[in-house]
Design a protein around this ligand. Structure first.
Ligand code: NAP
Length: 540
């Protein structure tokens, strides 16, 4: 059976099955092959790239700089690939993912258009049985979830949504052929990173854009530009050292974090520092002062600087105020990075509706009805986010030791040791799973760290004649407590964010990623491995 072909694979056996062919699944496959292990990757999309395969909305772009948002595992790849812009656009990142798939001949082990529906651990054979929506029934020794943190798209169930006669799209499920919005009246619901990137581009095409905003977000300017060839050359000449700095940094990025306190800085110094960081663009602003992420008063100084910028940019003071976040500390929700977002509200063809004051009542055949009136539109864009981190994994019916389901185990929130394994589910690894830095970091850095750790672990298990590895429940409890404790020192729990599961009605409110920093986390994982996988239970 060829990868991507029709029908199922009944009875095939693999050393490992990987779920997902985004950046984590692709690199995992490469490492498994290097170990001489047989592997099958199942991918729901028809191509590689994961999030970058699906997110084709207008303006989709990574908010990590291209030279940092790339694989480091192969020096030739790193040296040969040319990025064209400071921040890579979705099409360019997808081209990069496809190039990697070609270069390492990955596709032959990937079955595309195939979604894993069920995975059950069989204690008697100590193997996983995996089923897909295309009739595959295969067995494997190790199951590796490379499902991504933001892949379960979510559209809120607005009454009447099905009656809408125009077209509607979720940003994360954008049609591959694109959508011509020229002359159309467009509603955009949601102002997170996706909405904030899409709105300026849509406003440049559409006759009119009505933005339905529930919570204003803080957004920082990207100042995107073509990548200076001199700068690219310098980066390539110094890649080894730069990558090492990223791996040991707080968030996997080359951002200078300042330890000083904003409260102790004089007003002039603050203004200088904030202006310089604003001018630098992107995440640099968040590194301005050390106390911004832990002290509400310090945070408010930074937040007010950004609100001041919004007031400077947006001409209508009432609109500027509506766009100014006041209900959460800056950085406690995922910060957005934009190109011309706030100035878009100076355009005559853009209207901002505050749905906290004027809630959406229903979608009608011709538009969106709020408490205050009806907005007639031709197209609705749902920029309404994801069931983050746990959603993609729990979408698969996973049962572990004794038939216990993961959905049941994680009912009150995810529990995992180091974000790598969850007790009672032997030989199941989660790449960038809950309890690891994942979404609080440069995903490429965290993906490579997890894949390398897992691959090294598999090699050592094989060398030691070990058949199974599982998290020890006590070590898992201690790690979950540590993840919560670290979060409690920060301002993250003060926001209703998807980090907390707060965007999904009924989802447990638990801070899911690990806020202790990429460098410290890597050290911990390496130490655990060096100590013979302390906190894991190994069985011959
Ligand atoms: P998001 O941050 O969860 O934003 C969803 C938006 O939809 C929010 O404004 C939310 O309002 C709104 N919303 C949800 N349900 C609603 C309802 N019933 N009524 C009205 N509004 C509703 O999702 P996202 O923008 O897709 O971004 C998710 C994450 O993906 C980002 O945080 C980031 O990590 C990643 N991402 C990265 C990039 C990049 O690299 N540039 C781009 C896009 C996404 P509330 O805030 O009130 O819930």
């Amino acid at each position: 059976m060829t990868a991507g072909g029709g029908g199922g694979e009944p009875g095939a056996r693999y050393d490992a099955v990987v779920i997902g062919a985004g950046f984590s699944g692709m690199y995992m496959l490469h490492r498994l092959r290097g170990l001489g292990m047989s592997a099958r990757v199942y991918e729901a999309g028809d191509g590689v790239g994961g999030t970058w395969y699906w997110n084709r909305y207008p303006g989709a772009r990574c908010d990590v700089e291209s030279v940092q948002y790339s694989y480091s595992f192969d020096e030739d790849l790193e040296q040969e690939w040319e990025w064209s812009e400071r921040y890579p656009s979705q099409p360019e990142i997808l081209r990069y993912a496809e190039h990697v798939a070609d270069r390492f001949d990955l596709r032959r082990d990937i079955r595309f258009g195939t979604r894993v529906t069920r995975a059950a651990y069989d204690g008697s054979t100590r193997r996983w049985r995996v089923e897909t929506d295309r009739g595959d029934r295969v067995e494997c020794g190790f199951l590796i979830a490379a499902v991504g943190c933001l892949s379960a798209a979510r559209v809120p169930g607005f009454p009447g949504a099905d009656s809408f006669r125009g077209a509607s799209y979720h940003t994360g499920r954008w049609p591959h052929e694109g959508v011509d919005l020229t002359g159309r009246r467009v509603a955009v619901i949601g102002t997170g990173s996706s909405g904030i990137q899409a709105i300026p581009v849509i406003a440049g095409q559409a006759a009119h854009v009505t933005v339905f905003q529930r919570t204003p977000n803080f957004s920082l300017p990207a100042w995107n530009r073509p990548l200076d060839p001199e700068e690219a050359r310098w980066v390539k000449a110094n890649y080894a050292a730069l990558r090492q700095d990223m791996r040991t940094s707080p968030v996997g990025l080359l951002v200078a974090f300042n330890d000083r306190s904003v409260l102790e800085a004089g007003e002039e110094e603050r203004a200088r520092e904030f202006e310089a960081r604003w001018a630098e663009g992107g995440f640099a602003f968040l590194g301005a002062y050390g106390d911004m992420s832990i002290d509400p008063e310090a945070n408010e100084v930074a937040a007010e600087f950004v609100r001041g910028k919004i007031r400077e940019i947006v001409r209508d003071p009432e609109v500027a105020e509506r766009l100014s976040p006041r209900d959460h500390p800056i950085g406690s929700k995922r910060i957005c990075v934009d190109t011309g977002y706030y100035s878009t509200y100076n355009r005559p063809n853009v209207t901002l509706v505050d749905v906290r004051r004027d809630p959406i009542k229903e979608i009608t055949p011709t538009g969106v009805r709020t408490a205050g009136g009806h907005h007639s539109v031709d197209v609705i864009v749902y920029a309404t986010g994801y069931d983050a981190m746990t959603g993609p994994l729990l979408a698969v019916d996973i049962t572990g030791e004794g038939g216990r389901s993961l959905r049941d185990k994680w009912r009150a929130g995810p529990r995992a040791y180091l974000g790598l394994m969850t007790a009672g589910f032997p030989n199941l690894f989660t790449i960038t799973g809950p309890g690891s830095p994942s979404v609080l970091s440069n995903m490429l850095v965290s993906i490579e760290q997890h894949v390398d750790w897992i691959a090294d672990c598999l090699a050592r298990l094989r060398a030691g004649g070990i058949a199974t590895i599982d998290a020890d429940p006590a070590a898992e409890d201690a790690w979950v407590a540590h993840v919560n404790e670290v979060a409690s020192y920060t301002l993250y729990p003060r926001a209703d964010s998807w980090y907390m599961g707060a965007n999904i009605p009924g989802k447990p409110r638990v801070f899911m990623p690990y806020a202790g920093g990429v460098g410290a986390y890597r050290q911990k994982c390496d130490q655990v491995a060096a100590d013979g996988y302390e906190g894991f239970v190994l069985s011959a």
